[in-house]
Ligand binder design. Structure first.
Ligand SMILES: NC(=O)c1ccc[n+]([C@@H]2O[C@H](COP(=O)([O-])OP(=O)(O)OC[C@H]3O[C@@H](n4cnc5c(N)ncnc54)[C@H](O)[C@@H]3O)[C@@H](O)[C@H]2O)c1
Length: 391
């Protein structure tokens, strides 16, 4: 199959890598630097999995900025950004719409599969204007994009209408993605509006779960209790489960905050409490962490160890650590930052130090959302809630 993937980000690149082993794949991006890097055989994203794929010299696809590439496509996969636009209280889906418009102009017979996360009802609406449109929610985690797409928890394809030719196309797409899955995942064909809901409710649940264990941790810290003991005891109930229960400075990353915010907005006129409470709980947690760290620092120099919040990722988008830095700045705290992925010398007006040794010797307290092995020599200075050393 001739496949064009629009958007060379975490989602688009991982699909390009996996699909190009048995299909002809091209990647289209509007960012010239990314296109050039891919064509030079260099990962355009700071990510260990992608870096080792590109280092292997087996890159099976080319990148382009030329929309003429759509002309020969059987399938166009859209993996462009859908940031949350707070002023409009909904996703900015303009990049997805612009791909749909380009494909309609260049190759109206091509099928389009939206992998970008969109609001509830977007695909049905789009199918009225652009016809051959399907939606498949993407569940990968940054830093584990290839691993997750090789072992997907499920493959879901949403059709705007439960009739032909949509159903046959949906089955073809499930076959396409199943080919590189090594774990026989459950597969579902459902309405596109239901599939969009699956994506948003999944991420809102994950956000709520993180917020829940963070509130447990806030409670334990405030009462002088052993948080880890409580978490272990609670998580031993198989209905709750001993996973995804590691306290942090707040949920964040590119997807959880924006998807939970979009779902809250999609609830307009429908009674709800949990989704909104999840959003406000996250801010409450960050404010609590800031109070705790200020107490511990006693006016000394606070070292921020990594602005990225997840192990193995250098993505700063919606990082809870960045929000904590902003709140500390409001409190006029003294900060220095260690973030090796930053090229700038300063961030938010604070000095960025590239040597961990220098950073650690200067800081009175080191704030680490996730603790790396490299912090072991300085463990007495570290403030973290990374109790389980997990996600
Ligand atoms: N990152 C994740 O963990 C993840 C997981 C599941 C779903 N998603 C969803 O997938 C989508 C993409 O996320 P991502 O993290 O891969 O994004 P990203 O920001 O890493 O990459 C998106 C790419 O699209 C390019 N782009 C922007 N407009 C374009 C256009 N009109 N045509 C072609 N390319 C264009 C950008 O230059 C960028 O390289 C989003 O909707 C996101 O919510 C992301």
């Amino acid at each position: 199959m001739n496949i064009v993937i629009a958007g060379a980000g975490y989602v688009g690149l991982s699909l390009a890598i996996l699909l190009s082993s048995s299909n002809s794949v091209s990647v289209l991006d509007v960012d010239m630097d990314k296109v050039d890097l891919i064509n030079m055989g260099v990962s355009p994203i700071l990510d260990e999995e992608f870096a080792s794929y590109f280092a292997s010299n087996r890159v099976g696809f080319k990148a382009t900025m030329d929309k003429a590439v759509y002309k020969d496509a059987d399938l166009v996969i859209v993996a462009t950004p859908t940031n949350f636009d707070a002023s409009k209280n909904k996703f900015d889906t303009s990049s997805v719409t612009s791909v749909l418009e380009d494909v309609k102009e260049m190759n109206p017979k091509a099928w389009v599969l939206i992998k970008s996360t969109v609001g509830v009802g977007f695909t049905l609406e789009a199918s009225r204007r652009f016809r051959n449109v399907l939606f498949s929610p993407e569940f990968l985690r940054e830093g584990k994009a290839l691993e997750d797409n090789r072992n997907p928890s499920r493959i879901i394809v949403g059709v705007p209408y439960k009739k032909e030719p949509y159903l046959t196309k949906a089955k073809e797409i499930i076959d396409l993605f199943s080919r590189f899955a090594s774990n026989a995942p459950k597969t579902f064909i459902m309405g596109s509006t239901e599939a969009e809901s699956v994506k948003l409710f999944s991420n809102a649940y994950l956000a709520m779960r993180v917020a829940y264990f963070n509130e447990l941790d806030t409670f334990a810290l405030s009462k002088g209790l052993d948080s880890l003991d409580i978490i272990k005891g609670v998580s031993a109930d198989p209905r709750i489960g001993d996973f995804y229960n590691n306290p942090s400075f707040g949920y964040g990353g590119y997807c959880l905050p924006k998807d939970a915010a979009e779902l809250a907005a999609d609830f307009l006129g429908i009674p709800e409490e949990l989704i909104s409470a999840t959003l406000s709980s996250n801010l409450t947690r960050k404010r609590f962490i800031v109070r705790e760290i200020l107490k511990k620092a006693h006016g000394g120099l606070i070292g921020i160890y990594r602005l990225s919040m997840k192990r193995g990722s250098s993505d700063l988008r919606q990082s809870s650590v960045v929000d904590v830095v902003a709140l500390l700045k409001e409190e006029k705290a003294n900060l220095i930052i260690y973030e090796p992925s930053l090229k700038e010398d300063t961030y938010m007006g604070y000095e960025v130090i590239t040597s961990l040794k220098e950073f650690a010797s200067k800081a009175d307290v080191i704030l680490a959302n996730r603790v790396g092995e490299e912090l072991s020599p300085y463990k007495d200075k570290v403030y973290t809630r990374d109790l389980l050393k997990g996600d």
